[in-house]
Each structure stands twice: as structure tokens, then as C-alpha cells.
Design a protein around this ligand. Structure first.
Ligand code: UDP
Ligand code: MG
Length: 315
């Protein structure tokens, strides 16, 4: 069986040699047990500014199983994954991070589940050990929100580290949208998935490319890509405000009729309540226009049909 290993790399010059040594060792040990397994590596250099491309070329000279793509600039991990998956030829495809945070030692555990044909995906979940409590809290909140807003069930802690059958990969590739949110794609395409859990590990070398803000943006993208419910907020708020205003109008009319002959206490200081109402309503209007804008922006990106990435070099 040919196993394609897709590895997105962004500034991973120090991690790649460690990654390659470790993964090759695991594959060799597995093959030594008499298992029929051939591996190919597809490294995607996502526009690194360090020597990642040079390291990859050097490895490719020494090992025929290594293929690489070099992007013309940084297009993001999702684009790198897409390019790697498109390039893969194996009957089974594995996605691995270059930083060894996805332990290659799990590979022999994943293979039988997919090879037997019983499952189309052997997925892994990481524990949140070692994560900052605030980050864990935000992730949990996000998963809960996604479950409420969308029809898909995302698995907490499940990432891109997964072994997939060929037809699973083809299904993934058939999702051609530009705003790519793989975490949502996996449950969306379906198929039977078996889960393995592993302890969270520290990066082998280099540092993470995710800032809190980038993660927040990514979560928003995910929500917008998989749910149109936020759009309904505008109509719900509108209807709510409409009924409230009818109540207030009735109250004002009654108040005027009942106090017709007495001095009107509203006239001198009515500006305060008016200002509150104007501010409140315009705030809600801006908020809902903002939501509309988010969807419009995504639609704009999609209709332009730009390629997901530009390849500068291939080997
Ligand atoms: N990565 C990438 N392009 C990017 C950012 C990250 O290809 O713009 C790769 C990175 O080299 C690594 C994987 O995606 O192999 C996961 O990134 P990272 O380790 O920074 O994320 P974390 O593990 O902290 O979620
Ligand atoms: Mg990592």
C-alpha cells in the first residue's frame, strides 16, 4: 500500500530534519514487521522566509520518496494542505505537522483501521494538557457555539492529524471553496471515522504561527463558512424592536391623552430618552450591517475564483 504523508511547512528549517528522521524510522520499523507499506512524503513549503526550501531540496536529493512544493509566498496552512492533498497519490493519505506535535509513533496504530476498509478515516484527538486555561476556555466556547449554529458536529481536540482513504481525500478535494476551514470539512463529508487520543506534546523546534488574534479570525471564518444563522440575527432583532416600539407608541399616545390638560413632563427633558433610543437602534443597525458585510466579503472572495495558492517550484 502506498501511504502519502502530507506535511505543511512554514519556517520549519530546524524541525524538518528531526521530523524526517523520526517519521522514516517509524515507517521502517513498521515495514520490518513484514507489513506491505511504501511511503511518499509531500512537503509543502508555505512561503517560508528561512531555509525550509533549501532543507527540503537537500532531502529530496537523498531520498527519492520525497516530493516538495514551494509556494511563491505564505498562503496559510489550509492552502498548503490543499496543495499537498492534490499532489498525493497514495491509497491512504496522512496529514502531519512538521513540528512533531503529531507523534509519528501513532502511525502504525492508524493504518490497520483504514487499510481494512472498515473506516475511511482514522482521526486523532489531542488532550488539552499544557494549554493555557484561557485558550482552552475559548476553544470549548467555540465548539459549543459551532454545535448550536451549524448542523455539523465537530469533535473537540480533533485536528488535521488523520489518516484518510483515497475516496475520503477525493471528497475533501471536491470542496473547492476559497475560505477553507478543514475542521468543518471533515464532519461535513461524513464517512466512518475511528478516533485515537494522544497526549499533547510540545513543539520539537521553532515556534507556533498562531497568535490569539489569528485563531479568533479563523474561528469566525469557520462560523461564517458553515452557518448562515448569524444573518437571521438581523431579522430577529428587527422584529423584536418593532414590537417594542409599538408598545412604546401605544404608551405615549395613552399618556398624551390622559395628561392632555396637565403640564407635560416629557417636553423639557425628552431629549435623553430620544438620544438613548437613537443610539440603541443605530448600534443594532451597525452590528447587523457588520454581519451582512462579513458574508458579503466572503462571497466576494469566492466569486473572484482566484487560485488557492501559487506554486513557485516543484520537485
Ligand atoms: N503552517 C503552514 N503555514 C502557515 C502556518 C503554519 O504551513 O501559515 C504549518 C506549520 O509549519 C506546521 C503546521 O502548519 O507544520 C502547524 O502550525 P503550528 O505548529 O504553528 O500550529 P500549532 O501546532 O501551534 O497549532
Ligand atoms: Mg504545531
Amino acid at each position: 500500500m502506498l501511504l502519502s504523508i502530507v506535511v505543511p511547512c512554514y519556517n520549519e528549517e530546524s524541525a524538518i530534519p528531526l521530523f524526517y528522521a523520526e517519521t522514516s524510522r517509524v515507517l521502517e520499523d513498521y515495514a520490518k514487521k513484514g507489513e506491505d507499506l511504501e511511503g511518499e512524503f509531500i512537503f509543502v513549503d508555505d512561503g517560508s522566509i528561512d531555509a525550509t526550501a533549501a532543507v527540503l531540496k537537500d532531502l529530496a536529493v537523498r531520498d527519492r520518496r520525497i516530493h516538495y512544493l514551494v509556494f511563491s509566498r505564505n498562503f496559510g496552512k489550509e492552502a498548503a494542505l490543499l496543495a499537498g492533498l492534490r499532489e498525493s497519490r497514495g491509497e491512504a493519505v496522512l496529514i502531519l505537522d512538521a513540528d512533531l506535535q503529531h507523534p509519528p509513533s501513532l502511525i502504525p496504530l492508524l493504518i490497520p483501521a483504514v487499510r481494512s476498509g472498515e473506516f475511511d478515516c482514522a482521526g486523532t484527538k489531542r488532550t488539552r494538557k499544557g494549554d493555557a486555561p484561557f485558550r482552552t476556555f475559548c476553544s470549548r466556547l467555540f465548539y459549543r457555539l459551532m454545535a448550536k449554529l451549524t448542523d455539523i458536529q465537530m469533535v473537540d481536540g480533533a485536528g488535521d492529524f488523520r489518516l484518510m482513504s483515497r475516496r475520503y481525500v477525493e471528497a475533501l478535494l471536491s470542496l473547492n471553496e476559497r475560505g477553507r476551514f478543514s475542521k468543518g470539512f471533515y464532519p461535513w463529508i461524513g464517512f466512518k471515522t475511528i478516533w485515537f487520543e494522544y497526549e499533547n506534546v510540545e513543539r520539537a523546534a521553532g515556534k507556533t504561527k498562531w497568535s490569539f488574534w489569528k485563531l479568533f479570525q479563523y474561528s469566525l471564518d469557520g462560523m461564517i463558512a458553515f452557518s448562515s444563522k448569524p444573518l437571521a440575527i438581523a431579522s430577529v432583532l428587527g422584529i423584536l424592536l418593532f414590537f417594542i416600539s409599538i408598545g412604546i407608541i401605544i404608551w405615549i399616545i395613552l399618556y398624551r391623552l390622559l395628561t392632555l390638560n396637565s403640564p407635560n413632563p416629557w417636553t423639557p427633558d425628552g431629549w435623553a430618552s430620544t438620544a438613548c433610543i437613537v443610539l440603541f437602534c443605530s448600534g443594532i443597525q451597525l452590528f447587523t450591517t457588520g454581519i451582512l458585510g462579513q458574508y458579503l466579503a466572503k462571497t466576494y472572495t469566492e466569486v473572484k475564483q482566484r487560485p488557492h495558492y501559487v506554486i513557485q517550484e516543484k520537485g
